[in-house]
Design a protein around this ligand. Structure first.
Ligand code: NAD
Length: 346
């Protein structure tokens, strides 16, 4: 087992963890521990090379600093990536070795699930470290964070509707949902209950059938979702779906959804504003999941703590959108400044 320090200006610590016996190659990036131990999931992906993995880990770790701060959590930002194909290369030993490396960081970084990593995988890592969360068992086990993420997205969407549509009542409003996975399906349930009309898409036939039969969602092809007549567009699939290619197609007046890194590049915030489309910053809106995980890290068993923090996400969204509206600033820039202020005072 080898732990090599990598040079990454602006980051507190970045290491390459490798182990010949299991074939593990992982980058663990700690962006900031100003507000508390760094927390962020572990992603398993078949990166082309170490550089690509490091770039992703750095970007995601910084994103976690902003998400955790925006969610008023006493946690910093970090993330880990494992360079491997989750369908072929994953073994219990690989995850256990990853857990040993996390343990060597002595509580400066807490890991959890992310793309390619399941609750079971984290349970393997947790055999060798207590700095792993998102477990289904144990006194504080928090399990699947997706329902909490969806509730937070729903509450923040109502706030965004107040600014973008003039009302926070979603009754009769049409929401276009891109992605009917763990979060998207729960979000549809909230929207259906609130009386919203749903247009939805996915590449998974089972998910489409479920959304259609449970919520009466009108199903469209993945490429057609951007251009449907809708009041709100909810990206709940992969990142970067709000792009110079998709923005001209949007008919919605509000973008609010669960996906991470929704804006394909920095200019997309301005492109949305130029078209009069209000953007609810992704890392504020989708903070419910990390709040759920944080309860486990912080050993808090009261569900009321989670609920209070999720409701506060909506308050934060309200304040950010209010400031953006009155100062004619872009919401994602206001959100970044908001977090920069929190970090500067810490
Ligand atoms: P998921 O993998 O369960 O769901 C994603 C869904 O998107 C899948 O059903 C998939 O088939 C679909 N999809 C993929 N490509 C598509 C395409 N081109 N068009 C339409 N549908 C497509 O993931 P999830 O846990 O629901 O997370 C959704 C998004 O929210 C991700 O970006 C994730 O990073 C983010 N997020 C999730 C959580 C959480 O608690 N799960 C928390 C914060 C952010």
């Amino acid at each position: 087992m080898k732990l090599k320090e990598l040079d990454a200006p602006g980051y507190e610590r970045v290491v390459l963890a490798s182990d010949d016996a299991t074939g593990l190659r992982s980058i663990i990036a700690i962006h900031s521990t100003k507000l508390g131990p760094a927390a962020g999931g572990c992603r398993m992906f078949n990166y082309e090379n170490i550089d690509a993995a490091e770039t992703d880990a750095l970007r995601l770790a910084k994103g976690m600093t902003y998400k955790n701060a925006a969610a008023s959590l006493p946690l910093g930002g970090g993330k880990s990536v494992i360079i491997a194909d989750p369908r072929k290369d994953k073994t219990p030993e690989l995850m256990q070795t990853f857990g040993k490396f996390v343990n060597e960081l002595a509580g400066t970084y807490y890991t959890a699930e992310d793309v390619g990593i399941s609750v079971e995988d984290i349970a393997e890592a947790a055999k060798f470290t207590s700095y792993a969360a998102g477990l289904s068992d144990g006194p504080f086990g928090s399990g699947d964070p997706s329902p909490v993420t969806a509730r937070g997205v729903f509450l923040c969407m109502q706030v965004a509707a107040k600014y973008g549509l003039g009302t926070n009542d979603l009754m009769g409003k049409t929401v276009a949902v891109q992605g009917l996975g763990h979060v998207g399906m729960h979000l549809c349930a909230h929207l259906h209950e609130a009386g919203a009309k749903l247009v939805a898409t996915d590449i998974n036939a089972t998910a489409i059938e479920e959304a259609s039969s449970r919520f009466g969602a009108r199903i469209v092809d993945p490429d057609a979702i951007y251009g449907v007549e809708a009041d709100i567009f909810a990206p709940c699939a992969m990142g970067a779906s709000i792009s110079p290619g998709s923005i001209p197609q949007l008919k919605a007046k509000v973008v609010a959804g669960a996906a991470n890194n929704q804006l394909a590049d920095e200019n997309c915030g301005q492109l949305l504003a130029d078209r009069g489309i209000l953007y609810a910053p992704d890392y504020v809106v989708n903070g419910g999941g990390i709040i759920n995980v944080a309860a486990e890290i912080l050993k808090i068993s009261e569900q009321a703590w989670v609920e209070e923090k999720v409701i506060r996400l909506a308050d934060t969204t309200d304040q950010i959108l209010s400031q953006a509206t009155t100062t004619h600033a872009l919401p994602h820039i206001v959100a970044d400044q908001w977090v920069d202020n929190i970090l500067a005072k810490a």
